[in-house]
Design a protein around this ligand. Structure first.
Ligand code: ATP
Length: 453
């Protein structure tokens, strides 16, 4: 059973994202471009933390994976061979009452009658196939010969560069090629905030193997990917593995899992992990006439490798991180009265800002100088935010709302005014427990190295 949707919670999240600079509507001052989003100062940090962590564990920490960065503009032959030109489409239905364009699977059914989910209208057109690829023209001519596509997935450039990368990296099977980058799909009905966009980013790994290793590696990568989500703060209890049934799986796939997450708007796909057999490489070999075979030195066999593909969405994972982190609790205000606190409980590894630094008073030059010294001490290791304005409780609250896991306050004890033993110590506040401890400034880098690991 999927989790019930929570519209109110989602509205609060969308509003927080805008208010604090995580995500804005693209071209907002001109009324917005549907299905496109801009990430603000905090959103871009969160997104980078996610992509860097994926790259770290997928490429840097492994001997069997290398990276690449392919072009977005794609030769039509690539997408003809992959089947996208012919078949990358969704069935589209129009509602004649409210003129909405709908994906066939978005219709609602009441008493056996299909209805428009927007207006309840029953006057619907028959479904027709709508290709999701964005077409453009390369060069000055705008005819058939100049057509190119914005890639609908990053995977195809990996397949097309397979031979080059195999030669330069000198890898032996099994090995993978990883890529993070933009993909474009002219979705019929973008919705649920950034969940279904027309421009989005993917983190894809194509892991090449021998045919007999495919099914085993499918299981291996499913488990690795589940671990990845847990390590960035998404609990296993909110993740679900859907075994895509035979009739819904691509015809060339021998097994596909969808990893789903309980979003406030329901259980939805975060990532697909698919065993795609040798379909892609064989298609490109056939269409290009170039060999994409692998030669096994030991057995002297030549064959087209099979591939297992974990394909994750950056934007969907960012959204899952924000949805998972959003919480409301009670905290005392300046006068000790309890009030509602909004806090983003990001895993410290993902948090856009790791630490806030606050001088108790902004008009005390010694406090300010000490606080700035601490900023300088920590900046080489992490993102730090310096804030001197407003009551200290308000400053904490502002950082809680953007998910900053730690706060450092420089007070008169830091200056050694009350007790010389406390000179050069600060209070270190934990976002989640709101507990404060007294620590020496010189120990801060080591403390953070441990807590942010
Ligand atoms: P869906 O069924 O939700 O349309 P899909 O099965 O077509 O997704 P894939 O082609 O497997 O998606 O793409 C891999 C991943 O890319 C998805 O799991 C998702 O995280 C991301 N993705 C795909 N389409 C979109 C989109 N329109 N907006 C944001 N992310 C997307």
């Amino acid at each position: 059973m999927s989790a019930p949707s929570d519209t109110q919670r989602m509205e609060k999240i969308v509003s927080l994202c805008k208010r604090r600079g995580f995500i804005f509507q693209s071209s907002e001052i001109y009324g917005g471009l549907n299905g496109a989003w801009d990430y603000g100062p905090l959103g871009v940090e969160l997104k980078r933390n996610l992509k860097n962590h994926w790259w770290q564990v997928t490429v840097h920490e492994r001997d069997d994976v290398v990276g690449m960065d392919g072009s977005i503009l794609t030769h039509p032959s690539v997408l003809r061979a992959s089947g996208h030109v012919e078949g990358f489409s969704d069935p589209m239905i129009d509602c004649r009452t409210c003129k909405a364009h709908l994906r066939a699977d978005q219709l609602v059914e009441k008493k056996g009658v299909k209805q428009c989910p927007n207006c309840g209208g029953k006057d619907l057109t028959a479904p027709r196939q709508f290709n999701l690829m964005f077409e453009t023209h390369v060069g000055a001519a705008t005819d058939e010969s100049s057509i190119a596509y914005l890639r609908p997935e990053t995977a195809q450039s990996i397949f097309v560069q397979f031979k080059n990368i195999l030669e330069v990296s000198r890898k032996k099977l099994p090995f993978g090629i990883a890529q993070i980058g933009k993909a474009f799909r002219n979705e019929i009905n973008p919705r649920n905030f950034t969940f279904r966009s027309r421009e989005f980013e993917q983190m894809e790994l194509e892991y090449f193997c021998r045919p007999e290793q495919g099914m085993e590696l499918l299981e291996y990568w499913k488990e690795e990917r589940l671990k990845f989500y847990e390590n960035i703060g998404i609990p296993r209890s909110k993740l679900h593995v859907l075994t895509v049934p035979d009739e819904e799986r691509a015809f060339y796939s021998k097994g596909t899992y969808d990893i789903e997450y309980d979003f406030p708007f329901g259980r939805q796909e975060l990532e697909g992990v698919a065993y795609r057999t040798d379909y892609d490489l064989s298609q490109h070999q056939k269409a290009s006439g170039k060999s994409l075979e692998y030669f096994d030195e030991e057995t002297k066999q030549r064959f087209v490798p099979h591939v297992v593909e974990p394909s994750a969405g950056v934007d969907r994972t960012v959204l899952a991180l924000i949805c998972e982190a959003y919480s409301e609790d009670q905290a005392p205000d300046e006068k000790g009265k309890m009030e509602m606190r909004v806090v983003l409980r990001f895993h410290p590894r993902m948090a856009p800002v790791k630490c806030g630094v606050f001088p108790l008073l902004k008009n005390n030059p010694q406090l300010v100088a000490k606080a700035k010294e601490i900023v300088g001490l920590l900046r080489p290791y992490m993102t730090v935010f310096y804030d001197e304005s407003g009551a200290i409780g308000r400053r904490y609250r502002r950082q809680d709302e953007i998910g900053t896991p730690f706060g450092i306050t420089v007070d008169f004890e830091t200056l050694g005014e009350k007790d010389p033993a406390l000179r050069d110590t600060v209070t270190l506040r934990d976002r989640d427990s709101m507990k404060q401890e007294r620590v020496a400034i010189k120990d801060l880098p080591e403390i953070f190295r441990e807590r942010l690991a």
